[in-house]
Design a protein. Sequence first.
Length: 128
Amino acid sequence: MAELTWAHHFEAVSDIVEVGQEVTIVVLGVDVERERASFSLKALYPDPLEEFARVQFGRVVPGRVERVVRIGAFVQVHENFAGLVPIHELAERDADQPESVLQIDDEVMVEVAGINLHRRRILLSLRS
């Protein structure tokens, strides 16, 4: 399912393709011994994280808090992905509890402080 779409959330394969639908795919590999092949639908489309990194790195962007966890908060900054605001980047003053600074569904402005394309991670900051 990882090769179906770049989308951040989807419930089932049927959210992306339907039975009987004709699709164009990229063949990723063939294992003749095991009689298996791997395909990609998303390889036909540009990676939205690469575009986001090119355009938004270093900028302040709007986002919505998805989850608040012990290490910080995950903020959705694009329809396909969210980034982490680590606890030390939550506020000018040290915040021991992320919940004291952010709540789920809070609308915030965050700086895109770092992007690791290989690991598909976005580092955000509220300090700017």
